[in-house]
Design a protein around this ligand. Structure first.
Ligand code: AMP
Length: 112
């Protein structure tokens, strides 16, 4: 997807400091953080949303990367939240699958 902003970040066409990267996944800080820690974990391959995932290895790479990042950032003791917004009512604003890793404050429940 040539005009997808997260594809551009994954390809390095938009400068970003990756918190984590491997062959399948990239992770970077959210530009509009909703918590002291707010990292986005994305597949490098373009997938429009969680609803479009047809290969379960996408989930293993996304989730295991998020847990690795949480360990690396020392978030385990106080806890963290992983969120994947999907579609319009799910609050998804960027049509490239991404996992939000949020931490550093008490997070409310239920979400808005
Ligand atoms: P969602 O609303 O779940 O689709 O989340 C999209 C997220 O992407 C929002 O939290 C935005 O702040 C974030 N975002 C949009 N553009 C960028 C960007 N260029 N760099 C980092 N985060 C971004």
């Amino acid at each position: 997807m040539s005009d997808c902003i997260f594809c551009k970040i994954a390809r390095g066409e938009i400068p970003s400091n990756f918190v984590y990267e491997d062959e399948n996944v990239a992770a970077f800080n959210d530009v509009n953080p909703q918590a002291p820690v707010h990292v986005l974990v994305i597949p490098k391959k373009h997938i429009a949303s969680s609803a479009a995932v047809d290969d379960s290895s996408v989930w293993s790479s996304l989730m295991s990367s998020a847990v690795k990042i949480a360990r690396k950032l020392g978030l385990e003791e106080n806890g963290y939240r992983m969120v994947i917004n999907t579609g319009e009512q799910g609050g998804q604003s960027v049509p490239h699958l991404h996992l939000h890793l949020l931490a550093g404050r008490n997070l409310g429940w239920p979400p808005g």
